[in-house]
Design a protein around this ligand. Sequence first.
Ligand code: F6R
Length: 259
Amino acid sequence: MAEVIIVGSREDAGALAADEIARLIRARPDTVLGLATGSTPLPVYRALRPRLAGVDVSRVRGFALDEYVGLDPEHPQSYRSVIAREVVAPLGLDPARVRVPNGAPDGIEHAGADYEAAIEAAGGVDLQILGIGTDGHIGFNEPGSSFASLTRVKTLTRQTREDNARFFDDIDDVPRHCITQGLGTILRARHLLLLAFGAGKADAIARAVEGPVTAMLPGSAVQLHPHATVIVDEAAAGRLRLAGYYRETWQHKPDWQGL
Ligand code: F6R
């Protein structure tokens, strides 16, 4: 099962995740990070900045999970812009070593295969940061996505477009299509770090971690991964049946195990 860690706040979650990522980069300067966007990973990226001060990050690579199709790459909410603003610039990464799927309609039919090839050429993702949608999606793998899926174009659900309308002026401005790493792509990463905050995520988290493994809840794919860590705040942990067990396990975890 995934290791579930219940923390007091988003900041605590960010610190815990950032400690692990900084440790990894110090140990392996050519670490390949899988980068989520959305609001969830922001405390991680913020906590990472001071931890990477003085650390050589010139060889770190990054692969974003997903991108909107047809949104101008210069749009402030394109994931290319978000990754540049929230990750590459503050952490001092080399922009040439951080990729985002190409959501340009021209050539979109090849963009998924190109992205898979680039991840493979980089040696695969060492640590994949994930958020989860209220409908259970990870990346933009909406309910029904195959566990074997690779990077490809998907249609966003109405629920996801409504959730993401907060980043746009109007729901009609939220693109209908995206290009996303598949569940199969995500499962190839060596370590999954799934974060969730707030009561709105409690149902998706409980189903992802403790429910049946089903394509109807794409986040349940984490149960198939040999090294998955789930960090949630109290509100997002609200529906976990084994919350007491997770707390006890974390409290007594041997130091040598790490995350
Ligand atoms: C973002 C992504 C999505 C988000 C999810 C949650 O790259 O792949 O799966 O992680 O939609 O979004 P937030 O964090 O904004 O609640």
